[in-house]
Design a protein around this ligand. Sequence first.
Ligand SMILES: Nc1ncnc2c1ncn2[C@@H]1O[C@H](COP(=O)(O)OP(=O)(O)O)[C@@H](O)[C@H]1O
Ligand SMILES: [Mg+2]
Length: 184
Amino acid sequence: MNDEIILQAKQMSMLFPGTLALDRVDYRVWRGKVNVIIGENGAGKSTLMKILAGVQQPTSGEMWLNGQRVAFSSTRDAARHGIGMVHQELNLFENLSVAENIFLGREIQRGLRPINEAEQRRRTAALMQRLDQPIAPDEKVGNLKVGQQQLVEIAKALAEDADILILDEPTSRSVKPKSAFCSG
Ligand SMILES: Nc1ncnc2c1ncn2[C@@H]1O[C@H](COP(=O)(O)OP(=O)(O)O)[C@@H](O)[C@H]1O
Ligand SMILES: [Mg+2]
């Protein structure tokens, strides 16, 4: 196996009731590269990405990660293998802070002690610095712009040490013009 290829889908098919969303798709993810999937609405892009991130299980086909055959039963399972995903729809809680969102469901805590909020804030600040974003860990997500909320989602995936970060339509929400026009 070519070690430039970190993740590979082979003959991946996904049959929803009445819809064949994927029909024996082959896809390769190259190490250290930005890999892009382009296709019209309904082409099956989100479905393929969800399978690679463990959200959905394919009807048939194989997945290979670093030369090993894998099958993900859940997003947790995929995360353990270093795969994180930012969805087309944001999955954040607007009434919680940036740090609380990033560590939701895997809070930094030992035994019966309270959540180590200081450590969560510190790690969040480090992630924001890595993303070059001046977003305060204590800011409520509802106060952020949509583009910033998306960065919080990316930080969430990075906080789980994702080696492969899957972004579904990363530019679809950042720009929301009230009107549009074109010249020419
Ligand atoms: N959970 C689902 N149940 C039934 N049909 C689905 C489901 N998810 C996607 N589909 C269908 O599968 C096809 C591919 O969808 P999708 O992967 O979202 O395409 P894309 O992201 O390229 O726009 C579409 O026809 C869509 O309606
Ligand atoms: Mg889609």
